[in-house]
Design a protein around this ligand. Structure first.
Ligand code: NAG
Ligand code: NAG
Ligand code: NAG
Ligand code: NAG
Ligand code: NAG
Ligand code: NAG
Ligand code: NAG
Ligand code: NAG
Ligand code: NAG
Length: 824
């Protein structure tokens, strides 16, 4: 079974909510063009070259304000002088970390702009898509909370910015606790509280320190619906609230859905402050609004930026590293912001990552060890497993009810509007005979309507309520194969049976018990069934595993997928079936309407785990740069599951697994307890310049393209792109031998002696020089890694270098190598 053959129910999209659906362009021939201009943006203007650890600009200074105004004026002058009056609308000027603007106009006008003086680069807006009672325990976070003085202080003083669908400000996860006031000031942060529909001024309550919304792109691209597309930071979707509460939601918030208590939710860094940048709307999401949000968040001074949104496809006509989204992330990082992004939900295909650049942390998603098994009891005593967060049928799932196949309850005489597929899918109550189905457990069958997203679970639940089903089943159909089901809270007893084999057990039993006349009409229903409680968590021993949907490496430099010498994804965090805050309006997912919490899956859900953990590290080590934080997260990650075995990755076939490689999980599953004290770190005092040198060293790259995108000349290039000082080594083609250079710093408080050991990738020998070293606190050590090919291979192979310290620090970096030939 190939990936393309797999069936997704509409509910999978909901679950993988990754990226809320986005429309690119509606008005005829008009589109949004993103334009980069010559000349320094305000943040990097005339200041000494900014260091990664410091926000060196002062946005209140006269120089800053004057320069920002000058840039805006220059954008207007250019537009007035180049385009026909009335043919365009400038949506934004970017002036803080990037000098440029977004303009809504026709393709022919845009062509004029492309050649105008001062214009460096132009890109069409590709759209932007959206991509825990339990997870804190799973990751061992409470230990970190203890070190931070208890969970009442975890993340204190750190501001995390969220570019997403907004926030539900009155959710308990974001409540301000007057008995536990924030003790420290947040230095260097200055936000704003933009109010509007459903977002009154008291929404910014001290926990939420700032909230803004960006809608110029959305307004230009689509007709917004004022009953869902609120022009305020209010979250009508739920996604933004989910992401924010996963990173920084209050601790100990009870999760209650349909009256059932599932446990207590807590963010990774429950005392971190939240800055909201709403940029995606139920109707539309544009890259323009996302980029404006990134520019503003950096100007406001967030410590960490969480991007569970972004373009859902690789850029077509540029280096992956040099598309607008990655350029903005580069400059946010240059200004000292730690940028985390979702790796994407296009797994398990190789090279399906949507995170490309070494300056942003791309997060892959894993399941936790918690599942919600649900079961169906048949009249003959057989039990069949399934999925669905619902209570049992009346009688605690033991008392049996008449079992009826929806197709056998069609009103002979009735008028029903749709084809038989919709009837077996239980989409229309008027099609089924009330007398037959009332009080029964009804079997609905997966069919074409689900395949093409016409049919919904919401409609089944509506049918069940209208006709008084005791419960419903949604069973797999051999014609379409197994489907992917995610647990969703059902307000009536229900269970999904996603496996064809299981569905056949049920249907065989049903046919055996049911009497039919010659024409096939049922004369006697005699099968019976009961649905068990699906809301009780169970804990499996194989976890975590890399989720099937999580996008995979290798990273690539262009649309031809030429591999890059950078590891992606970077890190693995829980992203499958995560409980977190929701917005009851649930404008994009009617099935979750009315709920305050939702159980969601996607790399969107994994990303805020890393953002929260970065906040804990930053709180513990306030002077650490983004590079140090990223290094600490990577070198302390584990590749083992809770049984001490290699973490497995889910393959194409539902339920199939293979041993993970770094292209599935990066450095491995994040280990927050160890990440606050990593021992060594791969760092650099001039990381921004290093990123430029890295790009300049890419094979066949035109230095002009780099200068055009970044404003930097290729003064220096690395001798090989793999020499960028990352906490991983990836070499996409080794011919004979390759020497790779790394530098480590001792970020511990004491001198330590490290011993290096190597697990060479198949087809290679690897030596590290020196094989051991002693390093003073704050000291530096150069490492040479010599990779020799012993056997040529056509694919990547994997190994690792482990440095074991005398004070028990263990520093691990993954090796991913393509041993192309034995001779150079
Ligand atoms: C916070 O800042 C205010 C004004 O700058 C200052 O008066 C106060 O002492 C600071 N509080 C803390 C805990 O640093
Ligand atoms: C606007 O949204 C509401 C609520 O979802 C919906 O009922 C209505 O049909 C929408 N209007 C348009 C024009 O799409
Ligand atoms: C069947 O339909 C006919 C014509 O619409 C109607 O007269 C008759 O009462 C219906 N019978 C039942 C059992 O609903
Ligand atoms: C979905 O499938 C049904 C049944 O085959 C068909 O009638 C309907 O037109 C399809 N809808 C779309 C949007 O493709
Ligand atoms: C109905 O089912 C019961 C229990 O499964 C069985 O004992 C009985 O013989 C069945 N009756 C008919 C008429 O098949
Ligand atoms: C390249 O050289 C110019 C001029 O010496 C300097 O201003 C710039 O910072 C250098 N760029 C990099 C990336 O080192
Ligand atoms: C390396 O090669 C050996 C023998 O061919 C094989 O058993 C092993 O699985 C390979 N290891 C990896 C990590 O590919
Ligand atoms: C790797 O190759 C280099 C260059 O050919 C050689 O100097 C070195 O000794 C080799 N190392 C090993 C471990 O074979
Ligand atoms: C890989 O090796 C083949 C022949 O062994 C050679 O033709 C090709 O250019 C090499 N590729 C790279 C990227 O070095």
């Amino acid at each position: 079974m190939g990936g393309e053959g797999d069936i997704m129910v509409s509910l999978k999209f909901l679950a993988l909510l990754l990226y809320v659906n986005v429309v690119a362009c509606i008005a005829a021939k008009q589109a949004i063009y993103l334009v980069l201009m010559e000349g320094e943006p305000a943040a990097f203007h005339r200041s000494s070259p900014p260091r990664e650890d410091a926000r060196t600009f002062n946005q209140n200074s006269e120089v800053y304000k004057a320069h920002a105004k000058h840039l805006v004026d220059s954008h207007d002058q250019l537009l007035v002088g180049t385009l026909e009056t009335g043919s365009y609308k400038r949506l934004y000027s970017f002036k803080h970390i990037v000098n440029g603007f977004a303009v809504h106009t026709t393709a022919s006008q845009a062509r004029k702009l492309k050649d105008a003086p001062g214009v460096k680069l132009m890109e069409r807006d590709r759209g932007a898509k959206l991509m825990t009672t339990y997870t804190p325990q799973f990751l061992g976070i409470p230990g970190v909370w203890t070190q931070e003085g208890g969970d009442r202080n975890a993340g204190e003083g750190i501001v995390i910015g969220f570019v997403d669908t907004g926030i539900n400000p009155f959710h308990p996860s974001f409540a301000y606790d007057p008995t536990n006031t924030f003790s420290s000031n947040i230095s260097g942060f200055s936000g704003a509280c933009e109010t509007g529909p459903r977002f009154p001024a008291n929404s910014c309550n001290g926990k939420i320190v700032s909230a803004r919304y960006f809608a110029a792109g959305a307004k230009a691209t689509a007709t917004l619906n004022s009953s869902v597309d609120f022009l305020s930071p209010f979250d009508a979707v739920g996604h933004g609230s989910h992401v924010a509460s996963t990173a920084a939601g209050n601790t100990g918030v009870p999760v209650i859905v349909n009256g059932f208590f599932y446990g207590r939710a807590s963010g990774m860094a429950p005392r971190a402050r939240i800055a909201v940048y709403k940029a995606v709307y139920p109707t539309v999401g544009t890259l323009t609004d996302v980029l404006s949000a990134i520019d503003q968040a950096t100007q406001d001074g967030v410590d960490i930026l969480t991007l569970s949104v972004g373009p859902d496809e690789p850029p077509e006509d540029t280096l992956t590293f040099l598309n607008m989204f990655d350029i903005f992330m580069l400059f946010a990082r240059r200004a000292g912001v730690f940028v985390v992004q979702a790796a994407g939900n296009h797994g398990p295909d190789p090279s399906s990552v949507l995170s490309y650049s070494p300056w942003a942390i791309g997060v892959a998603a894993s399941g936790t060890d918690r599942t919600y098994p649900s079961s169906l009891l048949l009249g003959n005593g057989q039990k069949v497993g399934g999925v669905g967060l619902s209570g049992p049928t009346f009688g605690d799932g033991l008392f049996l009810y008449k079992l009826v196949l929806a197709k056998d309850s069609i009103k002979i005489n009735g008028t029903f509007p749709r084809t038989p597929q919709y009837i077996e899918e239980c989409q229309y109550p008027e099609a089924l005979d009330h007398n037959i189905v009332q009080g029964s457990v009804v079997i609905c069958t997966f069919s074409a309507g689900f395949l093409n997203e016409t049919s919904t679970l919401t409609a089944i639940i509506n049918t069940a309520r209208t006709l008084g089903f005791m419960g419903f089943l949604l069973v797999a159909n051999p014609t379409y194969g197994d489907f992917v089901a995610e647990p969703i809270p059902f307000s009536v007893p229900g269970i999904m049976i996603p496996s064809v084999a299981d569905a056949q057990v049920i249907l065989q039993y049903y046919e055996h018990q049911t009497e039919r006349d010659k024409r096939g009409f049922v004369t006697k229903f005699n099968a019976s069934a009961a649905i068990g409680d699906g809301r009780v968590a169970s804990f499996k021993r194989q976890s975590p595993t890399v989720s099937r949907f999580s996008s995979r490496g290798p990273d690539f430099i262009d649309i031809n997928k030429s591999p890059a010498d950078v590891l992606k994804p970077d890190i693995l965090a829980p992203g499958h079936q995560i409980w977190a805050a929701w917005s009851p309006m649930s404008a994009s997912n009617p099935i979750l309407m009315g709920y305050d919490f939702a159980l969601l899956s996607g790399t969107s859900m994994a990303t805020p785990h890393i953002a929260g953990i970065a906040a804990l590290i930053k709180q513990h080590n306030p002077l650490w740069t983004p590079s140090l934080i990223a290094s600490a997260i990577s070198t302390t990650a584990t590749k083992y599951n809770i049984n001490g075995e290699l973490i497995m990755a889910e393959g194409y076939d539902v339920g199939s697994f293979y041993p993970s490689t770094p292209f599935d999980f990066g450095a491995g599953l994040v280990s927050p307890n160890r990440a606050v004290d990593p021992g060594l770190a791969f760092s650099s005092g001039k990381r921004y310049e290093d990123f430029i040198s890295f790009m300049c060293s890419l094979p066949n790259v035109d230095p002009d393209r780099i200068r055009t995108a970044t404003g930097e000349s290729c003064n220096h290039s690395l001798s090989h792109p793999a020499n960028l000082n990352l906490p991983s080594v990836t070499v996409s083609a080794v011919a004979g031998t390759q020497l790779v250079h790394r530098t480590v710093n001792n970020v511990g408080l004491r001198p330590e002696t490290y011993l290096c050991s190597v697990l060479p990738p198949n087809g290679t020998t690897v030596n590290v020089y020196p094989p051991w070293f002693s390093i003073a606190s704050q000291g530096t050590q150069d490492l040479d890694i010599q990779i020799n090919v012993t056997k040529a291979m056509r694919h990547f192979t994997f190994g690792e270098i482990v440095m074991t310290g005398s004070l028990n620090h263990i520093v691990r970096i993954p090796l991913s190598v393509l041993p192309n030939s034995t001779s150079s």
